[in-house]
Ligand binder design. Structure first.
Ligand code: NAD
Length: 464
């Protein structure tokens, strides 16, 4: 005799009800077998969502925040992200997700502009696109789903995620759990969806789908180029290679600590993290001395530096298996013994060294000596490759700070702090893990994911 489980009965009943009431998408957990179903369900959800009040949207945002900060959820997301992607470290991933829950703006980010006069009242309101296709990276798998989820839903959209295949299982878990959390407040089902098997083919289908009105890609140069060639409105949050300049006027002890803290955050995975140091010669030794006091380990033997390059790089590109690994595990693979508190590997190199010019996303931070601050700024611009992403400077000379900020043209410019203060961790301002340098939206928030719509009432409601 075949045994029927209570879950099978429940599924059959819900399918029957859905068929009887001709609801096309009976799933309620956001996970679908194909792109058409994932987008179709999001379209249905978004139509329902448009009937909800702004106050209800606030409750939706709060439900995502509340779900995220539950300690078991924070731990699970961090541990699984490290396990599944093989990148980063648990304590920092806990912090990143927690900050996303606390510092991602919600509905309050949407403001209305208005004009009133003899001819009446005109408002410019920020209105949703509808369904957004959002492609997320392997380096911040849950952080991006959470911060995009809060911002896109605050703005009144539904979202179909296309996560990196390496973070598939965790992304499925998160999308399901977010739908369950939203179901508890009676939000429309499937405001957040994804396909069960993320792949390049499915991402292509998502990008081409007629009901997807906006594409948001957070990832490397390839995917940003792809969304920008889609023929649709697209927001591209791409790669960076953040240089940090230190001049002779800086507080060197503080600069050294900030640099090591920033460059080791989540094992250097954030696109904003310090990737190379350009130090003015006069203070380079003192800076290095203080970096070593803060957990950096210097390689001085050219043979060892070459072996490190062979281990972690394949030509000009980082080897994926070493991206986001700890400094100690990299040194161990090279057979180099280092103190147990080592968090960063450093070495002096020439400006044109591959460690300087490539986005490694590992706790490996080359130091280049420049003869003065002007040369250091020129060299930082070369390292940044005009990506317009992030740069950091340690200096107390306002003229030099202003010069570098003007010339380097990055979306984020941090003065006298670790790189992560640029995304609101220990610096003023909100957080996001989608920093749209190439397309110019900058640090994205709810208002980024809106269309501006003008409503004109002729001849009335001017009370001046
Ligand atoms: P990646 O470019 O390999 O992948 C990003 C996403 O795009 C994944 O979901 C992947 O499956 C998808 N993808 C990649 N190529 C594709 C293609 N041809 N067609 C369809 N889908 C494709 O990047 P990653 O390794 O996951 O993440 C690291 C990169 O992302 C780094 O370069 C980092 O600087 C960048 N990043 C940028 C930001 C930002 O806000 N600017 C934030 C996080 C990461």
């Amino acid at each position: 005799m075949t045994t029927v489980t209570p879950e099978q009965i429940a599924a059959a009943v819900s399918l029957a009800i859905a068929k009887a009431t001709s609801m096309p998408y009976p799933n309620e957990d956001g996970i679908f077998e194909d792109v058409d179903s994932a987008v179709g369900a999001a379209v249905t959800a978004q139509r329902e969502y448009m009937k909800c009040s702004m106050n209800f949207r606030r409750r939706v945002v709060q439900a995502i925040r509340d779900f995220t900060v539950i300690p078991e959820n924070l731990h699970y997301m961090a541990e699984e992200a490290v396990k599944q992607t093989g990148m980063g470290n648990v304590p920092d991933k806990i912090l990143k997700n927690k900050f996303v829950a606390e510092l991602t703006p919600g509905v309050e980010d949407l403001f209305t502009e208005a004009w009133s006069g003899d001819d009446g009242l005109t408002t410019l309101e920020l209105s949703p696109f509808g369904v957004i296709g959002a492609i997320t990276p392997t380096t911040n798998p849950t952080e991006t789903i959470l911060c995009n989820g809060i911002a896109m839903l605050a703005a009144g959209n539904a979202v179909v995620f296309s996560p990196h295949p390496r973070a598939k299982d965790l992304s499925i878990w998160l999308v399901k759990e977010l739908n369950h959390a939203l179901a508890k407040i009676d939000a429309p089902a499937n405001l957040i969806t994804m396909v069960r098997e993320p792949s390049i083919e499915n991402t292509d289908k998502l990008m081409a789908h007629k009901d997807v009105r906006l594409l948001v890609a957070t990832g490397g140069p390839g995917i940003v180029r792809t969304v920008l060639s889609s023929g649709k409105k697209a927001i591209g949050a791409g790669a960076g290679n953040p240089p940090v300049v230190v001049d002779e006027t800086a507080d060197i002890e503080q600069a050294a600590k900030d640099i090591v803290d920033g460059a080791t955050f989540d094992n250097n995975l954030p696109c904003t993290a310090e990737k190379e140091v350009i130090a003015v010669d006069a203070i380079a030794d003192l800076l290095k001395f203080n970096m070593l006091k803060n957990g950096a380990f210097e390689l001085t033997d050219p043979g060892e530096i070459a072996k490190l390059q062979e281990l972690v790089m394949d030509g000009k590109l980082p080897r994926t298996e070493w991206v986001g690994k700890s400094a100690l595990s990299i040194l161990k693979a090279l057979g180099i013994k280092a103190p147990s508190n080592t968090r960063l590997i450093t070495m002096e190199t020439e400006l044109m060294h591959p460690f300087v010019l490539s986005e490694l996303m590992m706790p490996i931070l080359p130091i280049v000596r420049a003869k003065n601050v002007d040369e250091a700024i020129d060299w930082a611009i070369i390292c940044e490759h005009n990506l317009r992403h992030t740069a950091i400077m340690h200096s107390t000379n306002v003229t030099s700070l202003t010069k570098m900020a003007r010339l380097i043209q990055t979306t984020i410019f941090v003065k006298n702090g670790p790189s992560y203060s640029g995304i609101g961790i220990g610096g003023e301002g909100f957080i996001t893990f989608t920093i749209a340098g190439p397309t110019g939206e900058g640090l994205t928030s709810a208002r980024t994911f809106t269309r501006k719509r003008r409503c004109v009432l002729v001849g009335g409601l001017n009370v001046r």
